[in-house]
Design a protein around this ligand. Structure first.
Ligand code: OSB
Ligand code: MG
Length: 370
């Protein structure tokens, strides 16, 4: 199919509470909503680049440029029906995975709507609901952190991830572990440590953590291998795994024992599935990471996490953990047992709330084939 039109919308949405990581504080989440039109149907995708280049070098600004000037012309000028077609055509555009993944998501949604399939079924998902946890940002003190974690446990989350950074590492983690000796607990450093400073993390090894996520540099694999050799706790890579090849490098180097999969980071759902398949072949557990998505990206994450290899709880929390008002009509809620239902409608299975989209929109651009 050849698209009729593409719309990019830069959104800014207030989070219910600011989210602090080792790379900064986010109070309002920004993203790009991508709409692609064909034959009266619209496919939606979310590009998860944020305002600042904290997690990734990509920002809303760079993704807007790449989507407008490089990816959209390819989409409007060619017959593109499948993710495979899409990946083939954008092969000449180096990097910019968050931008590419946003467009691939819209293509999956549109294809699902055209062919009357849910994303879950198109991907080969095997679960109707997926196990989830919550990612808790850095708090003002370990005491406040324990209170915040307690609130999420009361809400029903059965797996807690806390953010750490130098100076706010072992103390915070031990406080949570001491307050809740039995819970599934993991930590995420977002690349805040180095081989020179990692030894402060050594006491984490006796806190019975599910995993330590991305302790070292975002572009490193080798030093993680060195660190994994020194730790019992599994290292899980997030930022470092940007393609299926990088997943293979990490596994061959034994740099990690677990991989966090985010479709955005790896350049699309198709690439996320490829990493899932590789890890499954090698017996490596994976889980679905999150980027504080709107309901659009959350629906995509839920479908992805329904694949069989996603055996650890994902960073996919209920809608009300992120936003008081979302851009979709549906709202994802937590079931007892710390799961969320996978949408079963066609495509992503969500309905846009156009009033909310308009309310949060900072800029809108319509692109047509010439
Ligand atoms: O490192 O997993 C991360 C949010 C933004 C950027 C990076 C990360 C995160 C999270 C939140 O941890 C996960 C979520 O969406 O709930
Ligand atoms: Mg992470």
């Amino acid at each position: 199919m050849k698209l009729d039109c593409i719309t990019l919308q830069h959104l800014r949405m207030p989070l219910v509470s600011p989210f602090e990581t080792s790379f900064g504080v986010t109070a309002d989440r920004e993203c790009i909503l991508i709409s692609i039109l064909f034959d009266g149907l619209t496919g939606y995708g979310e590009c998860v680049a944020d305002r600042d280049p904290g997690y990734s070098y990509e920002t809303v600004g760079t993704a807007w440029h790449i989507l407008k000037d490089f990816i959209s012309p390819v989409m409007l000028g060619n017959n593109v029906s499948t993710a495979e077609d899409f990946q083939g055509l954008i092969g000449q555009i180096r990097g910019h995975h968050l931008a590419k993944a946003g467009m691939e998501m819209a293509l999956w949604d549109l294809r699902g709507k055209l062919e009357h399939h849910s994303l879950k079924n198109m991907l080969g998902g095997v679960r109707d609901r997926v196990a989830v946890g919550v990612s808790v940002g850095l708090q003002a003190s370990p005491e406040i952190l324990v209170k915040t974690v307690e609130k999420y446990l009361v809400d029903g989350y059965q797996r807690i991830k806390i953010k750490i950074k130098p100076g706010r590492d072992v103390g915070d983690t031990a406080a949570v572990r001491n307050a809740f000796p039995e819970i599934k607990l993991q930590v995420d450093a977002n690349s805040a440590f180095s081989l020179e400073t990692w030894e402060t993390l050594k006491p984490l090894d006796v806190l019975d953590l599910l995993l330590i996520e991305q302790p070292l540099h975002e572009d490193d694999i080798w030093d993680h291998r060195v660190l994994q050799k020194a730790l019992r706790t599994p290292i899980c890579l997030d930022e470092s795994i940007i393609t299926p090849r990088h997943a293979r490098y990490a596994l061959e180097m034994e740099a990690c024992k677990i991989i966090n999969i985010k479709a955005g980071r790896v350049g699309g759902i198709s690439q996320a599935v490829a990493i899932h398949d590789l890890c499954r072949d090698k017996g490596i557990p994976v889980w679905c990471g999150g980027m504080l998505e709107t309901g659009v990206g959350r629906a995509s994450n839920l479908a992805l996490a329904s694949l069989p290899g996603f055996i650890l709880p994902g960073d996919i929390s209920a809608s009300n953990r992120y936003y008081a008002e979302d851009i979709i009509e549906e709202s994802f809620s937590l079931n007892s047992g710390s799961t969320i239902d996978v949408p079963d409608g066609v495509g992503l299975g969500v309905t846009m709330n156009q009033c909310a989209v308009k309310k949060f929109s900072l800029e809108k651009l319509r692109l047509k084939a010439d």
